[in-house]
Design a protein around this ligand. Structure first.
Ligand code: GRG
Length: 277
């Protein structure tokens, strides 16, 4: 089943309301669905049934969408456009957008409890997800990023990327290792996810200065707010170099995992490296 169908179906049991309209509006706005793809690729590489992972794929995409809705709010980045359309609070209202984010985060965990896998695996996956998006993960990264005009060092920016972007990119890789009975690989998958997050974020920062708002489908508030970024510190060429080195490092780690057939995942990483927005 395609990701949009899975996402839509996962909300069937939710009561009709303005919040539900907002959930559907933001979830089905058509993101790149990178995090679910990473989850399925790792399961495939371990030769494991990918369909058992659907609830986790939906849950991760829900948490990712919640983070975008809240990040766009006036109290955070105050952005008007996301995924080529008005942000949730602009299309609906602020209160609805806050509730939609709250609902996505909560329902994501509810969904995980319904997966058709052993209870101990569900608990382990929920714990990974909570670590990734909680106060030691994505929320920590967002907190570090909340002082946009301060001059930040490269090390500080990379710390923000580690938590804000890397944490939630690591989660699908680690969850796949749990589901496929390869607990021993969890720490390397975490490292790979953080590495991909850094590379992905160098790219995003490059796009912010090289592409227009129309091409990106989202506001470029970080540039307008003069937030320090790797590009503002190092320039375009050096950032491209760093991005390529970081993707290379992630690929090497993936290729080093014993007994893992890496073709699908390597294709996804190559596509990520080549992405145009
Ligand atoms: C509100 C706790 C909280 C956190 C917000 C997601 C986020 C943290 C901020 C959004 C801005 C940003 C640059 C985040 C880094 C992660 C990132 C690059 C998100 C965009 O991910 P894509 O490109 O988005 O996968 P699509 O729309 O394709 O799903």
């Amino acid at each position: 089943m395609k990701m949009n169908e899975l996402l839509e179906k996962s909300l069937n049991y939710i009561r009709d309301s303005r919040v539900k309209e907002a959930l559907l509006y933001s979830l089905l706005a058509g993101g790149k669905r990178i995090r679910p793809k990473l989850l399925y690729d790792v399961l495939e590489g371990y030769g494991y049934d990918t369909s058992i992972a659907d609830p986790f794929a939906v849950a991760i995409e829900m948490i990712h969408t919640y983070s975008l809705i809240h990040d766009d709010l006036p109290a955070m980045d105050n952005d008007d456009y996301r995924r080529g359309r008005l942000t949730c609070h602009k299309q609906f209202d602020e209160a609805t957008a806050i509730l939609a984010g709250d609902a996505l985060l909560t329902e994501a965990f509810q969904l995980c409890t319904k997966a058709s896998v052993q209870a101990d695996k569900i608990v382990a996956c929920i714990s990974i997800l909570a670590d990734a998006c909680g106060a030691n993960g994505m929320v920590y990264g967002q907190n570090l990023d909340m002082h946009p005009t301060e001059e930040k060092s490269l090390k500080e920016i990379e710390e923000i990327h580690h938590y804000k972007t890397g944490s939630l990119l690591s989660a699908p890789l680690m969850i796949a290792a749990i589901l496929a009975n390869h607990k021993e690989d969890i720490s390397i998958w975490q490292e790979i996810g953080i590495c991909l997050g850094q590379a992905f974020q160098y790219q995003d920062d490059l796009f912010d200065v090289t592409l227009s708002q129309e091409q990106l489908g989202k506001s470029t508030s970080d540039v307008e707010n003069e937030k320090s970024s790797v590009v503002s510190l190092l320039g375009i060429e050096k950032t491209e170099e760093l991005m390529n080195q970081t993707y290379d490092r992630a690929e090497l780690m993936i290729q080093g995992i014993q007994g893992f057939k890496n073709e699908a995942l390597m294709d996804t990483v190559k596509a990520l490296r080549k992405r145009q927005k």
